[in-house]
Write a protein that binds this ligand. Structure first.
Ligand SMILES: [Zn+2]
Length: 491
């Protein structure tokens, strides 16, 4: 068997003009942790993200700014690319796909043609109510008493009455059931997997995948029918493989340049998304892949939502929005990463409030990791205790890999902080700073023990807090104490 050495991970693609919020931060940072972890293990990693740039919302926005849609998305994309730098993603493995890229447009059309050729696309008259906010059809029973979308009461429902292309989703009920039965960890966590199984079990309904171009001028043309453009899913979801240059054309490159083969077929394609994307990623996209004859994703990881205090939605009107950009400006990237990884449950909804953030920052970083490093390094420098070359040469270290393999980052990072807590206790119990006056050798041995374990903990947090981890590694290697606190205590 060929050795598995490539790994593919992707986030969902935000709308190109969406303001960054804490949910984006969570998804990007978690995917980055897994990407960095795999890279440290020696995998050749492809980390995909990018922007969804078609659709009515974007067309309307461009129009309101008196810009051509392409002009608007070009500028918005540059802003997006710049703004997500605050999350500290590993730029060396990060790739951006745009749904207006020519390679994406070509791939989406090719994907459509394959599904069509395999008999999964047909045309019929279509009448429905549609919420552009949700990008989904609404049955009457899903609407509020006033006939509005409960999630978007301010948005008028679109009434659609036209000939559309449809995807034969209904033919995939059994195929998906079998697929889930054969892939026991396909959706993580379990309770989300059960949710999607139950949804498919109830039976799937064909859905519309095109719109008349005259009503929706900003989309990818349907192959062979210029009156229609693709609608949302057959455009947006294909990004996960268009980013890899699918379909690979042997005339365009050598087989080893086939990124699709390398990262999708052999790279355990792993997709991170929020719980509102469960159906689209773990059922719809999988059925589409089956219809086109393309291999399925390996795993879908579902995040909960970040809420405000008391589990309510963050909203401007309630004034409870915490902006990730502001957090990074004042506390730094690793502080944001720390909170989202340690204080937010791996899979459940969790609140993000400034009060909780400051508490966690002061106790876990300023008084925790920062203070511990400073205490240990001060003793190591004063008593001239260093690690041997052999001790420094261990590469990535973690005894608890299974937590990361299971995407339980929260559990993993808690374990590291427990280990650091034990180092604090060790200092209190053994008091090497007192012992040094009566038993120099014993005190040095204690400090060596502390240094060794601090180094291991530092390696273990590298995927989570890369900047801080590298700083501490350097201090240990160069036998220096931090010139200023790693994390300043904040009131
Ligand atoms: Zn809606």
């Amino acid at each position: 068997m060929k050795e598995q050495n490539s790994f593919y991970i992707t986030t969902t693609l935000p709308y190109v003009n969406a303001p960054l919020h804490m949910g984006h931060a969570l998804e990007f940072i978690r995917a980055d942790v897994i990407a960095r972890y795999k890279k440290l293990l020696g995998f050749d990693v492809y980390f995909n993200t990018g922007t969804d740039e078609h659709g009515l919302k974007i067309f309307e926005k461009a129009e309101s700014l008196n810009l051509a849609p392409k002009e608007f998305v070009d500028k918005s994309f540059e802003d997006f690319k710049e703004s997500i730098k605050i999350f500290g993603l590993d730029q060396s493995i990060l790739h951006f796909v745009r749904t207006t890229d020519s390679k994406h447009i070509k791939a989406a059309q090719e994907f459509w043609k394959k599904c069509d050729k395999n008999g999964y696309i047909y045309k019929k008259n279509y009448q429905t109510k549609y919420c552009v906010g949700c990008e989904s059809e609404k049955q009457d029973h899903e609407l509020s008493e006033k006939g509005e979308c409960p999630d978007h009461p301010d948005r008028k429902l679109e009434i659609i009455d036209e000939e559309n292309y449809f995807f034969k989703y209904s033919e995939f009920t059994d195929k998906l059931k079998n697929f889930y039965a054969e892939n026991k960890d396909f959706v993580i966590p379990d309770f989300r997997f059960n949710e999607i199984k139950a949804f498919v079990e109830r039976g799937l309904h064909d859905f519309s995948i095109s719109r008349l171009k005259e009503k929706m001028p900003w989309g990818i043309p349907v192959p062979g029918d210029e009156k229609h453009v693709m609608y949302v899913w057959f455009d947006a979801l294909v990004n996960y493989i268009s980013t890899l240059g699918w379909p690979f054309d042997p005339a365009q490159g050598k087989p080893e340049e086939n990124l699709f083969e390398k990262y999708w077929v052999n790279g355990m394609p792993t997709q991170y998304c929020g719980k509102d994307n469960l159906r689209f990623q773990s059922a719809m996209w999988q059925a589409m892949l089956m219809a086109a004859g393309v291999s399925n994703s390996k795993q879908i990881i579902i995040n909960g939502f970040i809420t405000a205090d008391g589990g309510v939605k963050m909203s401007k009107t309630l004034g409870n929005v915490v902006d990730p950009t502001e957090i990074v400006k004042e506390y730094g990237t690793d502080a944001l990463r720390y909170f989202l990884l340690r204080e937010v449950g791996s899979f459940e909804d969790s609140p993000f409030t400034m009060e909780r953030f400051k508490d966690a920052y002061n106790s876990g970083l300023a008084n925790g990791l920062g203070n511990l490093t400073s205490r240990i390094m001060t003793m190591a420098v004063n008593y001239d205790v260093k690690l041997s070359k052999e001790e420094l040469d261990i590469k990535y270290f973690s005894e608890k890999k299974e937590d990361l393999e299971n995407f339980n980052i929260h559990k993993y990072i808690n374990w590291i902080w427990e280990c650091m807590g034990r180092l604090d206790e060790f200092i209190q119990k053994n008091e090497p700073f007192k012992k040094i006056k009566i038993d120099e050798e014993g005190a040095k041995k204690d400090v060596h023990y502390l240094l060794h374990h601090l180094y291991k903990a530092t390696l273990a947090i590298e995927p989570m807090l890369p900047e801080t981890s590298k700083k501490i590694q350097e201090l240990i290697r160069e036998n220096k104490k931090p010139e200023k606190p790693l994390f300043l205590r904040k009131e």
